[in-house]
Design a protein around this ligand. Sequence first.
Ligand SMILES: [Cu+2]
Length: 129
Amino acid sequence: MIDRRTFTGMLAGAGAMIVASRALAQGKTVDVLVKNSPKAIFAPATVNIRVGDTVKWTNPSFITHSVTFDPAQAADVGNAALPPGVAPFDSGAMEEGTTFSHMFTQNGTYKYFCKFHEAMGMVGTVVVS
Ligand SMILES: [Cu+2]
């Protein structure tokens, strides 16, 4: 038989495990849209998220875009930045109707751009705290 005190202790333990597993689970997903009018932009241009959150970019337009977190591919290095130790990543060419998702597992400020429209100012920022 399990007495009342033992049972209460088991409940508390189970609760602690649930809290811990929630902390480790994936966070929320934030949507960023690619827009073409009046000019090519990421909307919103800046998103603020938590470690473990995912950003999902959607390109609903007929114009090919990219989501490029890679200073080596930037025409202007000021348009790209990664926190120390974070490897570059890139959606590649995003055709009409495609999406690209990335989970951010390290805090810091990430700056990215579209390879096709960087010169037009198509840039964005993800701040992970
Ligand atoms: Cu673009």
